[in-house]
Design a protein around this ligand. Structure first.
Ligand code: ARG
Length: 555
């Protein structure tokens, strides 16, 4: 609807000799508002009101004025305020009900939103990349992109050397069955702490890591075992959160391309030797902060995090030739990605678009990074358990829910809490607030959906031209925004547009529920309401699906 009105206004402006791009926004007092007159005033040396009057006069002369509009007026210092006709609202609504999808865009996007490190438990930071990344993946897919998600395991770094070091010291036989998940959870923090105290241990771990990378057979065999144990645990947590990856590759998979990669670096003359290490200078003249060179190989021959990302880009280009590669990580990795992206551009290994979205931290109610009750770092599974405990203890009814429904709601609580914020921001995870069925929470949205679905019965699918009252009109207008909101979320990679829209839609949906009785209605009104409310729930369900949230049977 917005697009159509913008087109009509634009034509009128044009007919008066004004070549302007018209944008309208929803307005509190009328349906829409446009502020273009203010910017035009300067350009045309005229007052906003006088330009506006001429425009409005022309609009009223349009043949089909009353089909589209109830009123178009100049308000305040020069806003164009627009009220649309009921007929036009219903016409647009019918079109949207008939076709709520998006056309294919013929673009392939790779999304990198896993990044769990093998042999280390998933923490709350990994939760954010998974939730945000899966939502962006769903949104892009829904809006016509071909998406490929890659978990990109951290499986070739120092932690692998540390765990192998631990195993070699703890076990005589590396096939020992007690090398299991519990053991891995213990050994990594132990050796990592030891490395901080003892340089000899650290050097040995570094050496093991390098030899592992270079193909040492004993280390490779152990490495494979560690990966298998750890990855199956990682998979089960992702499954719980309905987070899926098309590719289960890791940093290690890019290793076989390093020779080719370094040859390109040499051919393009982008790599330098500095104190024995190989580096790519990536600073640019207009940098506001110092961007240090991207180190691609250490003086001892070992490769680094940046090397694996460059190798992976090279590999992705070769295998999938994506138009875009999107990374979703903690915002502390900003510098790393700046270096990698620039090194990539300089060496011309990839000519598509590289995008990094850095998210903020999840804080506790004390506004410090989220901790467990006993003050330890919050592992992802601890968080899931705490939310479950809180939700179940909230009401007796919750305790009696099926375990599937409880899991669905726990997902909704965690995901909606996260996705309602602009991803760049830190946010406070207040468990009792987010479990509540009142407020801007996952349970509130689910409750609204279930409440409205109880009202629905069958309808003939033909919407009349009537609108029955203000709240009905408000709901229909809001529904007309759904498509644009998804499009914006897709273009800007911002799931919170969808979460916020969903909340606003549900607030209106609840007012509708409270002020309109479905019983005792005449047949026509009831049919219309049925169509509008069924579509409302279709929109809620679709948008929740984009955020990775399912709907419970009851709550
Ligand atoms: N494994 C990394 C970490 O836990 C995250 C990886 C993100 N993805 C990437 N392509 N660098 O910090």
């Amino acid at each position: 609807m917005k697009g159509k009105i913008e087109g009509i206004l634009q034509d009128v402006f044009k007919s008066l000799g004004y070549d302007e791009t018209i944008k309208i926004v929803s307005s509190k007092f009328d349906d829409f508002q446009c502020d273009v007159l203010f910017t035009m005033a300067k350009k045309y040396h005229d007052s906003p009101i006088s330009i506006g009057k001429r425009v409005v006069e022309e609009v009223y002369k349009l043949d089909n004025f009353s089909h589209y509009f109830k009123s178009v007026e100049i308000k305040g210092a020069g806003f164009i305020n627009i009220c649309v006709s009921d007929e036009f609202i219903n016409e647009c609504l019918k079109d949207l009900i008939d076709d709520f999808g998006f056309k294919s865009r013929n673009k392939t996007v790779i999304l990198d939103y896993g990044g769990p490190n093998v042999a280390k438990p998933l923490h709350v930071g990994h939760l954010r990349s998974a939730i945000i990344g899966q939502a962006i993946n769903n949104i892009l897919k829904f809006t016509g992109y071909k998406t490929i998600s890659d978990v990109h395991l951290g499986d070739f770094g120092l932690q692998m050397g540390q765990v192998i070091y631990g195993i070699l010291h703890d076990f005589e036989n590396v096939d020992d069955a007690s090398i299991n998940l519990d053991y891995l959870n213990e050994v990594y923090p132990k050796i990592s702490a030891l490395c901080k105290e003892d340089d000899d241990v650290k050097n040995e771990c570094l050496l093991i890591t390098k030899e592992l990378q270079n193909g040492n057979e004993v280390y490779r065999k152990l490495w494979k075992k560690i990966c298998d144990i750890s990855v199956s645990d990682i998979k089960s947590t992702y499954d719980y959160l309905s987070v899926h990856f098309d590719l289960w590759l890791g940093e290690s998979d890019s290793y076989k391309y390093y020779d080719e990669l370094f040859k390109i670096f040499e051919d393009k003359k982008v790599v330098k030797t500095d104190d024995g290490a190989k580096i790519i200078e990536v600073a640019e003249d207009d940098d506001k902060i110092t961007i240090p060179p991207c180190i691609v190989q250490k003086s001892d021959g070992a490769y680094l995090y940046a090397t694996s990302d460059l190798g992976t880009i090279y590999q992705r280009k070769k295998d999938y030739d994506p138009d875009n590669i999107i990374y979703i990580t903690d915002n502390r990795q900003e510098l790393h990605f700046t270096q990698v992206f620039r090194a990539c551009k300089k060496s011309q290994i990839y000519d598509g678009v590289l995008e990094h979205y850095g998210f903020g931290t999840v804080n506790g109610t004390d506004n410090k990074p989220f901790k467990t009750r006993t003050g330890g770092t919050m592992k992802l599974n601890d968080l899931i358990e705490e939310v479950k405990r809180e939700f179940v203890s909230l009401r007796v009814e919750n305790k009696n829910m099926s375990s599937e429904d409880i899991d669905i709601i726990v997902n909704a609580i965690i995901k909606f809490a996260d996705l309602q914020n602009d991803l760049t921001r830190n946010y406070i995870f207040d468990i009792s607030k987010f479990c509540n069925v009142n407020g801007k929470t996952g349970p509130y949205i689910l409750y609204t959906y279930l409440r409205i679905s109880k009202l629905l019965s069958s309808n003939d699918g033909i919407l009349s031209n009537s609108i029955y009252n203000d709240i009905d009109r408000k709901l229909r207008l809001k529904l007309l925004d759904a498509h644009d909101v998804i499009e914006m979320a897709s273009l800007e990679r911002k799931p919170h547009f969808i979460a916020n829209y969903l909340y606003e839609l549900c607030v209106i949906g609840n007012s509708f529920y409270e002020s309109n009785k479905m019983s005792g209605l005449d047949e026509f009104t009831k049919n219309d309401y049925d169509i509008v409310l069924s579509f409302n729930n279709h929109v809620i369900e679709t948008l929740l699906g984009l955020l990775g949230i399912k709907i419970p049977k009851k709550m």
